[in-house]
Design a protein. Structure first.
Length: 48
């Protein structure tokens, strides 16, 4: 199941603000995002 479409822009906005404040967070944010998307792809029922 994909992320709720209303949640995606909020997550993107928060991530963008954090990256502007602390650019070093970019590595962690991207890694977390990729891991999350990978888990959702492998286990579709994990989010719902």
């Amino acid at each position: 199941m994909m992320m709720d479409m209303s949640l995606t822009p909020l997550v993107s906005l928060i991530a963008g603000i954090l990256i502007l404040i602390v650019p070093r967070l970019l590595n962690y944010i991207v890694a977390f995002y990729l891991i999350l998307i990978g888990l959702i792809g492998l286990f579709p029922g994990i989010m719902g």
